[in-house]
Design a protein. Sequence first.
Length: 221
Amino acid sequence: MINDENKAAEEVLKEDTDLSDKKVSGKSRKFEKGSPAYEVFDWLRTICIGILAGVFIVVFLVQKDNVYGSSMSPTLSSGDVIFTQKLSNYFHTYKRGDIVVLDGKDMEGYNSKEYLIKRIIALPGETIRIEDGNVYIKPADSSEFYMLQENYLPEGTKTTMMDDAIKRGNNEITLADNEYFCMGDNRPVSNDSRNLGPFTVDRIKAVAVIRVFPLNEVKIL
């Protein structure tokens, strides 16, 4: 009697196990590669990865910026759209001639909320002198100045200083290890380091890479 009851229990247990295996097998087949459920899951996963990658690129690597004002004319004009890269921010790999987006907040002589866009003229450790309408640079390891050749400026452009800026000593500055002297290409109207003083490295927010609008003026910067 006891043996018969055990045998019956074993048969019931086996049947339950078979049913469980069938259920699991059925679920597995629903998510097999090529099944509708798997295709939907794969599609959603791809969208999520794309969104996360886009957010990462915009926050950490590349952004779109609009140009307002004429301080960088003729290189950039008001209404231009540019793409800038932020990778240089992590390594501070800025070069002379780079066009950069700058935060002028709380700098004496700047009262706007918008970022500035200017060109790096002098690098940390260098001495910059503005005299007779020209820009002179003395490298950190030299005792001699040389006149900077600025081929990006319209022919005949003179770089001048306001009297107040000269009184503050901005016409000749030796830059600290974290400072950059930046000016706009439209020298007569640009509010830049000649008036505001040097920009510390933390004020550099991005480096311009390409102008994408107007479409007939797309250009690597």
